[in-house]
Every structure is written in structure tokens, then in C-alpha cells.
Design a binder for this molecule. Sequence first.
Ligand SMILES: O=c1ccn([C@@H]2O[C@H](COP(=O)(O)OP(=O)(O)O[C@H]3O[C@H](CO)[C@@H](O)[C@H](O)[C@H]3O)[C@@H](O)[C@H]2O)c(=O)[nH]1
Length: 344
Amino acid sequence: MPVPLSGRRFAITGGTGSFGQAMVGHLLAAGAAEIRVLSRDEAKQDQMRGRLRDDRVRYYVGDVRDRDTVRKATRGVEFVFHAAALKQVPSCEFFPLEALRTNVLGSANVVEACERNGVGSLVLLSTDKAVYPVNAMGMTKALMEKVAQAHARTSPDSPTTVSCVRYGNVMYSRGSVIPLFVEQLRTNRPLTVTDPAMTRFLMSLAESVELVERAFTGAVPGDVFIRKASACTIGDLVLALGNLFGVTPKIEVLGIRHGEKMDETLASREELRHARDLGEFFRVPLDTRDLNYAPYVEEGEAGTERLFDFNSANAPRLDVPEIEALLLTLPEIRAELGTLVAAG
Ligand SMILES: O=c1ccn([C@@H]2O[C@H](COP(=O)(O)OP(=O)(O)O[C@H]3O[C@H](CO)[C@@H](O)[C@H](O)[C@H]3O)[C@@H](O)[C@H]2O)c(=O)[nH]1
């Protein structure tokens, strides 16, 4: 049963980011009574305040690393979305302890504050990079998921349903490759491609909002919700952008960056053994066994057939025309193409 959003009170950590802004827009349109935006950067908050001009949105400057700040920002709200994170793969490789402080300890603060304030539902945003992680960003996000699941396991009487969503690359999110390629095309510079054979899941911001809504209306404590996204190679992404902009892009191959994987995994084979297939989504429920493993060891566990991960190499693969069609759904791409046409 969908939870009505109208008249409800929300908080979003990292609320000035790409996801946060999309979610705030969605909640305002749905009639939310109050939305608190918690983030570190007052300048971004100021821009958002100027753009939205809606006094249902309240701005809290602060860092999720600070427990008091998080407690204050979540007092009296019914739902919380935790999007604040250090999410750039290369920078987390250089500063792993910073990633740990924000992504793990900061997330633990959010869980604690929601529980203490009697928040009904908390959804934490995770990433495909948390599955079989090889970089500090993914490792800290994997631990964030463990913090959420451990809370569900050890606090069965908690007022707060804590769940996670996991998704891949959000097209045109701040600092990601598509706006970079567009900028390089616009300024007639070569496109800096790491490896054309690399694959990534592609999702729109609207789909990430839908996934989070799905989790906060349908999750039971400890769930991980995963959208079954399609994937593409970076080489095909470049071809699609070139076609849309009517150019054959010049390419400079950089090689794989610190901590990168060739392909990403959204759901591991271990999770898929007990995941529920909900059509467009997987729901991975909490493993509720306790530490007494004897019955499992002695009796064995059902369902040990061979399964495969759901990864960006074996997921439905978008071809170049399909990527073009997807890119054309992005307002930023349409605006860029409109500017090109206008410039003649
Ligand atoms: O100059 C560049 C930069 C990136 N890439 C490639 O483009 C793809 C996407 O890169 P990017 O947009 O930087 O995203 P990721 O490094 O895959 O990570 C993003 O996507 C994740 C989900 O997988 C999020 O969790 C992260 O926060 C977000 O930074 C990757 O294959 C990169 O190797 C290039 O070819 N050239």
C-alpha cells in the first residue's frame, strides 16, 4: 500500500545533491508539509533556496559526521532519506579515512538519530560499487549497508524501518562522465575515455527517486532494494553522444583510474539466492539467522543451485540507438542540443 506523501514531514541528508534536489521536487509536488535539507555547503543551499522559493523546505547546514546535528535535523520528521556521502571513487582512494568518517560513521549517526527521534522509515542510498567492493568508496558503502542491516537485526522493536537502495550510475549527476563528455564536445576537445570496453548501469534521476519511494513504502527492516537497470559500454556512450551532437568525437584514452572496475555488480549471486524478484526490482531481505549456525551446518540450506551475479556485463545491454533515445530523455541534453540548433 503506497504511503501518501501529502502532509508528511521529511529530511534528506545530502539534500542539495542531484538526488536530493530531484527528491525535494518530487515531494513538494506531492504536497509534503515540510522537507529538511541537511548538507555541508551553505552556498548550494542558498542557490536551492533562491531557485525553489518554497518555505516548506528548511535548510540545515551541518555534517552527518556530527551526531548532534543529525539528531536536530531529524527531530519531528516521519521519513528520512540518507544521500550524504563521499562518492568520488578516485578521491576516496586517496582519503579512505574521510570516506569512512562520512559513509560509515556518518551513516551510523543517521541510523541512531532516526531511532532516537522515532522516525518511521529511513532509506539509505547505496551503490553497485558496494558489491564485491574493490575501492574505498564501495567498501565504505558496503559497511554502511551492514550498519543498516545490523540495526534491523539487533533492534527488532525499533520504531524505524531501516532499509537500503542500491543503484548504478545516475545519468548527468554532478561530477559524472556524461556532463564531462558534453562539456568536452561543446568546447571541441577530445573525449577523455578511460576504457571503451568498460560497462556501467545507467539510470535516470527519476528512476532513482522511484526506487527510493519504493523502498520507503514497501521495505521491511534490513531490506535492500535494487533496480534491474540496463547497462552500456563507455565506447557506445561516446558513439551515442557523438551521433546526437552530429560529430565524430576525438578520443583520448586515459586507461582505468584508481580503484575502478571494468564492470559493476548490482546484486551478488549470494544475495540472489534469497532475493525476491519483483519484476523491475529485486528485494534482498535480511538474513535473519542468528549466530547459532549449528542447524544450518548440520541440516544444510535449501537452494544451493548455481546462480550468477547481476552485473553490467550480463545485464540487458543498451545499443547505440537505445543510448541515444535514453540521453534524449535528459533535459540537460535537450537543452544542449537546443543551444546548438539555435547557434546554427
Ligand atoms: O573522464 C572520464 C571519466 C569517467 N569515465 C568512465 O565513465 C564511467 C562512469 O564514470 P563516472 O561517471 O565518473 O562514474 P563512476 O566512477 O562509475 O561512479 C559514479 O557512479 C557510481 C555508481 O556506480 C556512484 O556511486 C558514484 O558516486 C559515481 O561517481 C566509468 O567507466 C569511467 O571509467 C571516462 O571514460 N572518462
